[in-house]
Design a protein. Sequence first.
Length: 724
Amino acid sequence: MKNRILTFGIVLTALFSHAQQPLKPYGALPSEAQLKWHEMEMYCIIHFSTGTYTDKEWGYGDEDPALINPSDFDAEQIVSAAKAGGFKGIIVVAKHHDGLCLWPTRTTDYSVRKSPWKNGKGDIVKEYRKACEKLGMKMGIYCSPWDRNSPLYGTPGYVEMYRKQLQELYRDYGDLFISWHDGANGGDGYYGNARGTRKIDRATYYDWPATWAITRKMQPEAVIFGDAGPDVRWVGNEDGHAGETSWATYEPQAPEEGKKPSNGFTRYELGIEGTRNGKYWMPAECDVSLRPGWFYHAREDSQVKTPAELLDLYYKSVGRGANLDLGLSPNPHGQLNPEDVSSLQQFGKLLKQTFAVNLAEGAVLKAGNVRGNNLSQYGPQHLLDQDRYTCWATDDEITTPELTVTLPAEKTFNIIRLRENIKLGQRIEAFEAEAFLNGRWEKIASATSIGPNRLIRLPERITTDQIRLTITQSPAAIALSDFGLYNEPVITEKPRIRRNPGGKITIFSGYSPSAIYYTLDGSMPTPNSLRYHQPFILPDGGMVKAISVDNGQQSEAAVLRFGPVKSGWKITGPEGTDAAHPAAYAIDDNPETFWQSPTITSSSPTGFVIDTGKRQNLSGCTYLPRQDGKPDGTVSHYRIETGTDGTHWQSAAEGEFSNIKANPVEQQVIFKQPVSARYIRFTAVKLISGNACTVAEIGVIPGLRLRSATPPPSGTSGIVPLQP
């Protein structure tokens, strides 16, 4: 009898111990600063410097500080627009590669002290700090490691100066949520007195561990962003999206990185997926600009990303466990343009409308397993309590559990949200979701990683009252903290605008809207604008804006700017050709194709000649790099000449395409002065990589654009309708 009692007591003790056993962490874990960073989800980085006034992406370092003279600088307007978009903080670009400091630093004369703005007594960084404090926004700092102005760059003295700049920013501008450092280091610049090139060993020059120690001491609550950490890694592109599989853990692999957190390595696709079971918790940041470029360019006023495009980026960054860092570009007056402000405001409203109500609230949750049967601590009800760090957890041996969600009534949704309790690590590797439709279970979604956030955007809306979630792969017991169903507002799809090599412009949509309306004068189309019925031609180029209207709801505007029709153009270049990428691809108005020159066998620059077929007034040239995500053949430095006979040439422009590797958008080159020419000779002085030049599209900017706001008679005002 005693033995039976003893045995029963042992069993009870074992069961009780199992029920109370806490869930052990799995793998690398986030710090407190990283947890707060994850909770932010979105912030903005603000670029304002000499490039704002010179129409360049990177200043060279020899620009006059007197350029910085905004007539109406308004940090509160800029920060307020970011807040309206749902962003939780801003990063101030206190110094970009041009070296000009936007605060009155004591380390160099190249600062706002030499600006006429506020008689040299202004402090742009402080203006942002005041705005953030007033509006309840967090602030971060970016001080470029590369300095194209400093004569000390490349010497130990510059590293000392750079650290003093960081110390000033850390000391004088309040608590920071992030210290941001990129990998653009070394190359062409002014360096104090003459244009030249200075190269450094990126692996050793800055002694990053010693530099980061300053951050840890002076801003202990700030995360540090670098190419490969130490706290937040670059996702490897400037498109604003993480991989569909996205791990918050990462382990550097390149030998020069020493498999430790590092910075200064501009390897693209550096961390789009991360490293499963990586040694470090090092989540990805997805950076992308609201405009094509990072600095303000008036020509991009019509190319501001729309609210729907921003929402798509949100799903592909925050919805894949990363954070979204959106670039804002104040204009020369010191404010965001109305187009930018409007897009941010509408995006913020769209985001609020989408996630205002969790349609799973009030549901009955039935889990196939609960850790130790401890419902109060690990039950599935925690999935609906809006706490990121309570969770439904399973026993150690149960790694592929099921959860059935029975809604109070049928609900219609197209967004599924899942989160893990990342204080316990990133555990789940794959899952699928089913809905009970037409009397049976049907799979509606499947994905891989979850981590701090996973948003599944279904291709079509689902109406059901039952959903089943199955974890299909996990190396450990699960710790799921959130389950949500949301219904995104109906967004009328904007039309698409295309032009073929013959110049025919078509406007179409993926569905059948009631009507499409368009304008040709740059104004925003309305239902009172021209109605699209048939293709047409703009022989001399122009801008087309179009909207779809369906059941009284109108879409966002599609915008496309065209140069002159290229039907009579020819391209000649180095002898020989790549059959898979012929020269015709450079002038086919199709960004998905590209011309590739023959292999370059000498160290001399390669180039090609464009024969436009007739003499015309030109003010510039455009170059679109290949759009397949590969850098080989992309031109980084160029020389452009023009002529009337294809034999004699005059210089029109030369320079660099700044940041083109990370941001391969169309580059516009404005000539020194307008010219009358038939031929253009484009020379690729330097390629990013590879041994053959590539061109997705080459074009010209005419000296005079022809526009019309009303339907013209056939064959007039430069617009030629085509017969159906």
